[in-house]
Ligand binder design. Structure first.
Ligand SMILES: NC(=O)c1ccc[n+]([C@@H]2O[C@H](COP(=O)([O-])OP(=O)(O)OC[C@H]3O[C@@H](n4cnc5c(N)ncnc54)[C@H](O)[C@@H]3O)[C@@H](O)[C@H]2O)c1
Length: 251
């Protein structure tokens, strides 16, 4: 039996990279998945033919997007066990040159959008936890939640925000048997990083930095998210799961 047999999950950012791999893995493990991504993404085609995955095109920052996304999961599948908030964007600029637009875009997707979707999903997660004994929130942060790099002020602030949001969710929702945890990917080959990591000189630097001497693949992070989403993680909450192949072990 799959590790998510009988579960219903929302996965955001599911058209590419980590979200795409996670939607697929969750479905393989028995879940029914609402796969959410922007209307201009490949969300309507990338999971075509997978009977356990329903595509839902929405920009999570839309005013009524959280309502529509949760309503779609409940309408299609009847309940919600797992909310995997994974959609994210990056952007680089030195603070001195960073525009309000860049700051707001990065933080708007990575933290504000996540917060608003959590808020909307909590009643459904509580209802499911009352019925089944558990429900889950899993959020994607980054090793940039605790490290940094040049030009990443908005991204680092947003990912540290994911940590603070998730730990508080864990505290507030524990008594309802809802866990909230976050994964911190290291350097992962995905839509966000492909252009850089396709350059051998950049790829080699990051491969060398990791103890395991390779870039991560989206499936590596999907497996971490699966652990946190599964029943095996019943007593894990407020946890920061670093999945970076040892990238951040040394200074
Ligand atoms: N790739 C890495 O090295 C790395 C490292 C640490 C953290 N992360 C985080 O992992 C998560 C997934 O990124 P990825 O690496 O798979 O990149 P990706 O670009 O391949 O996938 C991100 C997906 O999120 C979607 N998305 C972005 N904004 C959205 C919005 N407003 N509404 C709905 N969907 C939206 C994109 O369309 C895209 O399909 C992000 O939160 C990212 O910050 C990635």
């Amino acid at each position: 039996m799959g590790r998510l047999a009988g579960k219903i999950a929302i996965v955001t950012g599911a058209a590419s990279g980590i979200g795409e791999a996670s939607a697929r893995l969750f479905a393989e493990e028995g879940a029914q998945v609402l796969a959410v991504d922007r209307p201009d993404s490949a969300i309507d085609t990338v999971h075509a033919g997978n009977g356990s995955i329903e595509a839902f095109a929405a920009d999570i920052t839309g005013e009524d997007a959280p309502k529509k996304i949760v309503a779609a999961a409940l309408g299609r599948f009847g309940a919600l066990d797992i909310l995997f908030n994974n959609a994210g964007v990056s952007g680089r600029a030195f603070v001195e040159e960073m525009t309000d637009e860049m700051w707001d875009r990065v933080n708007g997707v990575n933290v504000r959008g996540m917060f608003r979707l959590c808020r909307e999903a909590i009643p459904a997660l509580k209802a499911r936890a009352r019925e089944k004994g558990r429900a889950r929130i899993v959020n994607t942060a980054s090793v940039m939640a605790f490290d940094t790099d040049y030009g990443l002020a908005a991204y680092c602030a947003s990912k540290a925000g994911v940590g603070g949001l998730t730990r508080t969710l864990a505290l507030e929702l524990g008594k309802f048997n809802i866990t909230a945890n976050y994964v911190c990917p290291g350097a992962i080959y995905s839509g966000m990083t492909r252009t850089n990591f396709d350059k051998p000189e950049i790829r080699e630097v990051w491969e060398k930095k990791a103890a395991l001497r390779r870039l991560g693949q989206p499936i590596d992070i999907a497996r971490g998210a699966l652990l946190l989403a599964s029943d095996e993680a019943d007593f894990i909450t407020g946890h920061e799961l670093v999945v970076d192949g040892g990238l951040t072990l040394r200074t």
